[in-house]
Design a protein around this ligand. Structure first.
Ligand SMILES: [Zn+2]
Length: 380
């Protein structure tokens, strides 16, 4: 079987969609007008991703407020925020360029998703002629909605975790029911949990073990056959062409990450300074038997934060190098991250969001063609 390859999920929103989001937040246009633009952007994303010959595609998350907040709010400006949430939650991340992203705060129980990923997928799938994947948010990220210290009246942390796991399971099951071939769980907070950023207190509380346990509570509800097509994405963040935890050594994360009983992993590597170090860690810790399935490592071969397009030959060589450390039968190819996990990303290093879209499709095409070239050389 040739080296499998898939994207993480998101694409930059075209300028017309970003303008529509601003107009909707300002009350200038209604939701139907915004939804029409989102629909147009999803259709365009699917057509352009299919044109890259990618074997599996996504709609670029053009309807989502962000990879993490889609279950909670319609826009990052706060339109459509769920009733039992307040906007003033803790920082999710403080990025290297100084900007930050904030989560809402849970004010009362019970916790329920307002929107499931399948609500978006079911609208997009009629446009696709190739298999579609769907990304969902990890329960570990949404666990940060509950105050890190203290408790919510009449709604214990334990009850919240029970509800959260039920909703996260439903999110994955419904995505498969809506037609997703693969479902990948975004877990960017894994690496960030090893950072110890004093400006962002939750990152200094050694939460990684808890995150792994919580996510496995959901993943373990699926059969081995189902888990083969459930993935997990790790990265040091990717927003406004900046990162939040690239300085954390993967040695702190990967041995724990592969304890997740998922079938495959989408791992940022292209932007790492020492790629061999990461390949070696993957080769050592990727599990041959994760409760009945052999894990596959999709290596990041393109960098969505860098406007320079990798060539197919560079992708081929990256994968050939990685195959010296990771069994070629358990090697895949991906992008380092979603190309725009947050809807309001202006892609400053790219100059414009429309140009960033073109760059993203060019990078995806290089990944697909480079993976095919490497497969041929490796006899796969
Ligand atoms: Zn990412």
């Amino acid at each position: 079987m040739p080296i499998p390859t898939e994207n993480v999920g998101s694409l930059p929103r075209p300028a017309y969609l970003q303008e529509a989001i601003v107009a909707y937040d300002a009350g200038v246009i209604g939701f139907d007008d915004l939804a029409a633009k989102q629909d147009e952007a999803c259709k365009d994303s699917i057509e352009k991703m299919e044109a890259t010959s990618s074997p599996i595609i996504s709609d670029g998350e053009q309807r989502a407020s962000s990879f993490a907040t889609y279950p909670l709010t319609d826009t990052l400006g706060g339109k459509g925020l769920s009733e039992n949430l307040a906007a003033d939650g803790q920082y999710f991340a403080i990025f290297d360029d100084g900007h930050h992203r904030q989560l809402p705060r849970l004010t009362s129980g019970p916790f329920r998703y307002k929107t499931f990923a399948s609500d978006y997928l079911s609208q997009s799938i009629p446009y696709a002629t190739r298999p579609m994947k769907q990304a969902v948010i990890a329960p570990s990220m949404l666990s940060l909605l509950y105050p890190v210290d203290g408790a919510i009246d009449d709604y214990s942390r334990e009850q919240f975790h029970d509800d959260l796991c039920d909703e996260a399971e439903r999110d994955i099951r419904q995505a498969f029911a809506a037609g997703a071939t693969h479902v990948s769980i975004d877990f960017t907070e894994g690496r960030l949990s090893c950072k110890g950023d004093s400006r962002n207190p939750w990152t200094g509380r050694n939460m990684l073990a808890f995150f792994i346990e919580l996510n496995n509570r959901v993943i373990d509800r699926f059969s081995a056959e189902e888990r083969k097509v459930i993935g997990v994405h790790t990265c040091p963040g990717g927003d406004s062409d900046s990162v939040h935890s690239a300085e954390v050594d993967y040695a702190e994360l990967l041995p724990s990450l592969f304890k997740l009983n998922a079938g495959y992993f989408l791992i940022q590597v292209a932007s790492e300074a020492d790629k061999d170090h990461v390949y070696r860690l993957i080769g050592e810790h990727l599990r041959e038997d994760a409760d009945g399935i052999a894990q596959i490592a999709y290596i990041g071969v393109t960098d969505p934060l860098n406007p320079t397009v990798e060539t197919a030959e560079q992708v081929r060589d990256t994968l050939l190098r990685a195959s010296r450390f990771v069994d070629k039968h358990r090697l895949g190819a991906t992008d380092d991250c979603g190309f725009s996990p947050f809807s309001t990303d202006t892609k400053p290093r790219h100059g414009s969001t429309d140009h960033a879209r073109d760059v993203a499709f060019a990078k995806i095409a290089s990944r697909v063609h480079g993976a095919a070239m490497a497969s041929e050389i490796l006899g796969l």
